[in-house]
Design a binder for this molecule. Sequence first.
Ligand code: PEP
Ligand code: MG
Length: 750
Amino acid sequence: MGVEWLEDVRAADIDRAGGKAASLGELHAAGLPVPPGFVVTADTYRQFIENAEIDGPLFDAVAVGHEDSAGLREAHERAHALIMDTPLPDAVETEILDAYYEMAGEERIFVAVRSSATAEDLPDASFAGQQETFLNVGEDAILDRVKACWASLFSQRAIYYRNRQGFAHDEVDIAVVVQEMVDAEKSGVLFTSHPSTGAAQMIIEAAWGLGEAVVSGTVSPDNYVVDKRTLRPESVTVADKKVLMERDGQTGETIERPVTDARRAERVLSDAEIEALCAMGAEVEDHYETPQDVEWAMADETLYMLQSRPITTIADAPDPAVEQDGGATDAIVEGLGASPGTASGTARVITKLDHLDQVREGDVIITEMTMPDMVPAMKRAAGIITDEGGMTSHASIVSRELGVPAVVGTQQATRIIDDGQQITLDGDRGVVTAGRLAEPEPAPVEAARPTTPVKPMTATKVLVNVSIPEAAERAAATGADGVGLLRMEHMVLSLGRTPAAYVEHHGERAYIDELIAGIRQVADEFYPRPVRVRTLDAPTDEFRELDGGAAEPIEHNPMMGFRGIRRSLAHPDEFRYELTAFKRLFGLGYDNVEIMFPMVNDAKDVRGARRELEAVGIDPQECRWGVMIETPAAALAVDAMAAEGIDFASFGTNDLTQYMLAVDRNNEQVADRFDELHPAVLRLIGQTIEQCRAEGVATSICGQAGSKSTMVQFLVEAGISSISANIDAVRDVQHEVKRVEQRLILDAIR
Ligand code: PEP
Ligand code: MG
């Protein structure tokens, strides 16, 4: 039989019906709302090429090296011509058209003609998107489109992919689904689990009209993050949907047209629709027992499921199927995913600093906690795993800036992982597994996807955090409006000596020169964009590791101890070296450098700092300077600090959260209680922003939370002047800020 109804097809029929039809048939049988359709079976294709005797020439034509681009192009052209130029047997034509007439009844409906390859959509090899799909196909074009689907089995990308993956061309067949078109009013994509982390969230993308606009990236869709347990939205981002795709009533072709002004910023899905969609997602995921990537559409208030396939992007990490069987994974240790990405390599367990030279290019560093001296080794490493530390620890900050995947706070990695062992870490999920991951597959689909080099223009400035000057170039490449936090302590700690010991060995001038060199590296890269440099803020336990560190006081809790402005004001001699570095930088013309004081509590601290500025000859009226808001006291005293002349106040949410909630940010025992979005923290930030606006003081955030979308939404709505994000988060934050700003404007004019 050349044609079968979708409702008669099941998952086991993949050889005959191809992956897509097998899945649609299975979904239909499971009671999900799949539009009606039929499938032109894979056997029909196979008989077509064999009976016409074009199979031999076809497979000969595509036997080319996968790196030979000219050869690939020729192979594709030859194969395409062989299929398109060979007429369909009459019997096949009749069978397809009869099925169409039966489906259409009296009307002449439009159909979608979709490829359904027999090796497509297997759980471990997502071939999705490699073969053609044609929408809004009218009666006259169906037969031609079926052949075009067959021919698309030999697109350059498909030939390349099969040759590279070692799939024999003659073992992959293709069926074609012919399905009634849904004249979608709205449509999009639903991931039934977070597509990269596998977290218990459903992600929906939705836009007006046909879903092609979303899948092809033509439109920025609304984004809804839904709690999988409650099916309630956790976050709703309404995008500016400039265009939609729809069927042209005359020609039947899919056309793009502008969305009316009123609907551009209108939310596509109501809460009830989200719930219905997610309930459908949950049914599919239950049915397949693995997370699904679903294409859906709505027409006349009816929800349709157009396609569903497994999410393969989670499969690199621990097998989601394993996880579902009771939460077990083959993880050897787990911690916090501190720097995104996956890496495999040879474990190098570093217990003493003098083992650092053992770290070779591509190794994975396993250590209790990273120290500033480790930065050169961290640069060579493929990944970093620590026993201690949270998301804002040295290891996390530096790994993110270097772009090296990291898992921190595992508590036991140095004990459990053997030196020399082959391991893989997942810096998104915080999981370490034994063995190496296969070399990453080429990702032609990803490579072909349009990227958006154009930076969104926002009224709220989006800045970037930099801790190590070596990251300046990467940071500047983000297109950030400046640096919201350049931490000086990483420059100082990497000298290997405490400031006092360094000055004793090398002299004041050398120390100041070092600071200037570090700051310049960043200030040059960003000029004339502003670079906010923070004076030294290293806790005594970090100094103690350095040469000269024996003189450091032993503190019960260094986080609440002798750090930041407290130390600086207690050691004015050392503080003045730093301020002298600023003075010389201003003299060199670096008018983009700004000064920020950490860990201030009140106006008295600010007065002390200002006096020191004046002592080295800096006129506070002539430069931009300000404070970090890292303690509740500082937040509550911001009006008094404004009266001392600060230009800006920047929320250090890493510390503000720990002092607000009494949760040590570096203590993994309470890491689950560290919540920068805690209502108390948000309330304090909100009222401080309001106070600063009244006082004419600019506000910013430079803690880790500035990279989180929910925080960004809150801050933009609260009227913050700028947001400083991690390098890897800048682009997302720019988009998020833009979305919120546009929504605020629209809300205001409506
Ligand atoms: C903060 O406290 O949020 C901050 C940015 O400073 P650090 O992480 O260096 O303490
Ligand atoms: Mg801080």
